[in-house]
Design a protein around this ligand. Structure first.
Ligand code: ZN
Ligand code: ZN
Length: 412
């Protein structure tokens, strides 16, 4: 018996709790370095008994599109969330996409909930919460969804749980701290034991990964914290998949200054009479750790007859690795055409893309820039706590296959 969700079949009967963790910004090297320092004994055991493969994220390799891909099982061409916001040329408006009205597909949680399952979703940042919790009814004691960022504002009506800080005995963490993710993990352990969900999703934040490279003492501490909690989760008989929304790469020159190509400035210089709008979908209210610089950009070209000339011009820029018109890019990377720019660009491994230099305030960047968004950050870990999935024979795996494998493992 299968439950069809967004054109994929999930087993309608699952025999043990399904737990998927999205470890934000966790480039494989973070796990490798922490493991080499013997800080992740629980994870090491899971990998030994299960599988550790490398999957691809959805493109752009940003947080929201990938979290929504993971929880719908499909890329953004299907669910519609392709960045933190989209731009509408006819109105000249930039619209934030963290409202469920922009979601074009039901989540896996909603579909399982409708057939009677118990669901728990915990996210670090509140910007994801309403998308992830869409379609759940919190008044029936079968659904919980909250963020650690706003854990002090939880109510039964909105979150299915209240007084979270007292319950967990942890105050609201600072938004820029390891604590925000630690809160998610600790709450996950407690919810699994007390609420006993059929399906649980935990989504951390990449604050630490933006600041510290793999192997850094503080990064290692983060994975040690993660490992402690993963051990407590895996003490239960669960079907577990750990993946990431995207990787993370250093984006600096040898002096430690940010590497960025400012596309709006560049195009203004080449085509002084024309108007362009460069959209950086990484931009969000939490800009402190990346200065709105990522490796992916969309360009809106006012004069549509110019598109192929602009593409040709950008192809000459060595730091831009991928440049395509909308149709090519949407077909290659499964993006929604009506929310994409006329041209899509991705930068090289150590570069980011900005709009106009004057629009980026980099003074808040205290550490050398680390960021994501392009092809070099799409490789992500994909860890299963069982070796019975046959996943290694299935060709290219995406992070948004996580619930597919986790539910099928729970059906065995
Ligand atoms: Zn992320
Ligand atoms: Zn990030």
């Amino acid at each position: 018996m299968y439950l069809e969700i967004n054109q994929r079949n999930y087993p309608s009967k699952i025999n043990k709790p399904v737990v998927v963790i999205c470890l934000d910004g966790s480039q494989k090297e973070y796990l490798d370095r922490a493991s080499q320092s013997k800080l992740t004994p629980n994870l090491d055991k899971i990998v030994k008994e299960g599988e550790f493969i490398l999957a691809h994220s959805a493109i752009p390799s940003f947080t929201n599109p990938n979290n929504i891909s993971i929880v719908t099982g499909q890329p953004s061409a299907v669910h519609g969330i392709c960045g933190n916001f989209f731009y509408t040329p006819s109105t000249n408006k930039e619209v934030m996409m963290n409202d469920p009205q922009y979601l074009r597909a039901p989540t896996i949680f909603q579909k399982f909930y409708e057939q009677g399952s118990k669901i728990a979703v915990i996210t670090a940042k509140d910007k994801l919460r309403s998308l992830l919790g869409n379609g759940l009814n919190f008044n029936e004691n079968r659904a919980i969804c909250f963020s650690s960022e706003k854990s002090d504002q939880t109510t039964i009506e909105q979150n299915g749980i209240e007084k979270v800080n007292e319950w967990l005995n942890m105050p609201v963490p600072e938004v820029y701290s390891q604590g925000l993710s630690e809160f998610v993990m600790k709450a996950g352990v407690k919810i699994l034991n007390e609420f006993k969900p059929d399906i649980m999703y935990l989504s951390t934040t990449d604050f630490i990964q933006h600041k510290y490279e793999p192997g850094h003492e503080i990064a290692n501490q983060f994975y040690q914290m993660f490992d402690d909690n993963i051990g407590l989760l895996n003490d239960n008989d669960i079907s577990l998949v750990i993946t990431a929304d995207h990787g993370m790469k250093a984006k600096t020159n040898i002096n430690g200054d940010p590497n960025a190509i400012f596309l709006e400035d560049l195009l203004k210089e080449k085509f002084p009479q024309e108007n362009f709008k460069v959209i950086l979908p990484i931009t969000d209210p939490y800009v402190v750790h990346h200065g709105s610089l990522g490796s992916f950009a969309m360009i809106y070209v006012e004069n549509q007859s110019l598109i192929s000339n602009v593409v040709a011009e950008i192809q000459k820029v060595p730091e831009i690795e991928e440049v395509m018109n909308k149709q090519e890019a949407c077909s290659a990377y499964h993006l929604p055409e009506d929310r994409s720019g006329d041209i899509i660009c991705m930068s090289s491994e150590s570069f980011t893309i900005g709009s106009s230099k004057s629009k980026h305030d980099l003074s808040s960047l205290k550490e050398p820039l680390r960021s994501h968004g392009g092809l070099h950050e799409r490789e992500v870990p994909f860890i299963l706590n069982s070796s019975k999935s046959d996943i290694t024979n299935q060709g290219q795996i995406y992070n948004y296959d996580a619930f597919y494998y986790a539910t099928h493992m729970a059906n065995k």
